[in-house]
Design a protein around this ligand. Sequence first.
Ligand code: IVH
Length: 734
Amino acid sequence: MAKAKAESGLPDPVVRWRELVDIVEDARQRYYVHDSATLSDVEYDAIFRELELLELAHPELVSADSPTQAVGGERSEMFEPVEHLQRLLSLDNAFSAEELAAWAGRLERELGSLPSLLCELKVDGLAVDIVYERGRLRSLATRGDGRVGEDVTYNVRFIPGIPRVLTPAPGHPVPDLVEVRGEVYFPVVDFDSLNAEMLELGLSPFANARNAGAGTLRQRVDRREQELAAARGRGAGERGAAAVARLQADLDRAVRRLARLQLVVHGVGIWQGHEPAAQSEAYVALRGWGLPTSDRIRIVERLDDVSEFIEFYGLHRHDVEHEIDGVVVKVDDLATQGRLGSTSRAPRWAIAYKYPPEVVRTRLLDIEVNVGRTGRVTPFAVMAPVKVAGSTVAMATLHNEQEVRRKGVLIGDLVFLRKAGDVIPEVLGPVVEERTGDERAFVMPTHCPSCGTMLAPSKEADVDIRCPNARSCSSQLRERVFHVASRAALDIEGLGFKAAVALLEEGVISDEGDVLLLGADDLRRSQFFTRDGGEGAERPLTANAEKLLVELEAAKARPLWRVLVALSIRHVGPTAAQALAREFGDLDVIAAASVDELSVVEGVGPIIAEAVLEWFGVDWHREVVDKWRRAGVRLTQEHVATGPRPLDGLTVVITGTVEGWSRDAATLAVQERGGKVSGSVSKKTDFVVVGENPGSKHEKAIALGRPVLDAAGFGVLLEQGPEAGREAALPPEE
Ligand code: IVH
């Protein structure tokens, strides 16, 4: 964005003001009228803030039509206008603890002391105004420009989450006329499936849940019904029938989507009748009448407690069923609210603390491809580094060529990037309006960028392509060596990605087979593992190298299933490997087994069986195994299950450090008894064994009501079986 310069060389405030106003107005128009966003929330906030500061420095610029004086929001012509009984205001924002403290300081000065404050979530939804007359719904309108909104009342009949009649509550009669404010939102859990549906229909997906909510609520269902009735009336014929079917499907879809909308109320406009004394009391009444209020509300007396609330939901942002973009802090007492009053834009008695954004915009500089462990070629986005949800992101996977097309991104595009919590970064799509024409489409390479081999389609998944040069493609080699050492495989500390690359590049190892053969003399040949001083056998090893040597010895004694995982056999992850190890107990027996013998094993099946057979059919794969054998890697499992199998068909999750058990030993103990050990808790999990520091799996187990066992309970399960195990489960509150 070029800054306007006056002749002095400084930005001319008048020109800059105009520029900022234009940007804000354009962004608002798109946001409110078209349910799409051209600026990310942070960018919008930054520009709005610049405008406010500019007006502060140049009060002569402020005019009645400046966006700083207006509530924000526009109306489209698509719906009938509804005038709100009382104007809907906006909220002032705080972006830091200091700004929040400054607001609280103003309250204290004005009132003499800090009043009781009500903290609640800032729902990133679509603001609505609902009027109930004598307890019956009169209108539901979008916020619009704050004075006049759009009439979407017709759609309420399809939204079970919005009551059409209010029921009187003890102590809280329903007023003759009441205007309720809140946010309509599209639940986060349904958002991905909605977007998948949009794409299937050839429509652009929604950039965020807010747009999804707005797009859903602002559907002209009444028109669709009329069109359908008219098409029906026009009668038969093949084309007529097709039109009716299409319109019917369209209507059904619209209604289905409306049914998913939810409401949360957070305020009241006009209230004719006995008025409450506090915001929190109003919520009690609203809830009593059947309106959905939030459970996540706290009344506090100190600013520290506000900060705690903010911090808590900053960490649990994604445990909420709707998107949140901050916390709203309100003076609880309504008389005090009245005393503090409002500016033309926002009340002085409330403030919105905004969280750092989770969707940002950045430039897609290039799309490169990565060649994985099994040769799969995956495009990924290279972006201008950008901070999102607390960390800096510069890369994101794009999965495959189809996905690049589906997202519609071009190299050079400005793109929306999302990172939700600790979830991996994801490119959402392009900001089409910002295209200059210089963007170019991604072309999948025909040859491997690492080794130059011609790429070939994958046998299994038609969306994937692979580099067939499995043995010596440097990318695949690197990934396989790194995988051998990974936590899921032989778990060798001290052999990270950089070390793997160094050992291969320096020629110390030539493949994954050599990893387990590494000795002190080999490591001495590596720059990566040695320090300066001395040559040849004298050259000192780094502490990391010493550690690696110890780790390698330990790795040779790991259970058989880990060895199987480390071999990088396609589709053989921990579950299949555990099943194979348990059943056959010996790598040579597995190598000699037929597809039939392999696929009867529970948890194995024909695809994995084929992959195993194919893998052992390759000469150099057997050489890898031979090298490991020579290195002394244990290729058998000592405890093959022979006894009874009391845990047959049961799935156990083990989390945290269970006293008296190593993770591998606990896993083996379950497997020997016929049970399966899984890494994630679901409704199908039969037992969750928790040790010290169990983390989120424990919480999930409680949430899903799965039996939770401590070390003692685990012993009972192993010795006495599932029934006794269930009795030994910890009570839910522990
Ligand atoms: S109170 C006069 N509480 O945020 C104060 N607003 O950025 C009116 N919003 O227009 C708003 N969650 O649509 C309030 N818990 C909450 C909210 C909330 C979301 C929206 C509201 C408002 C916008 C201002």
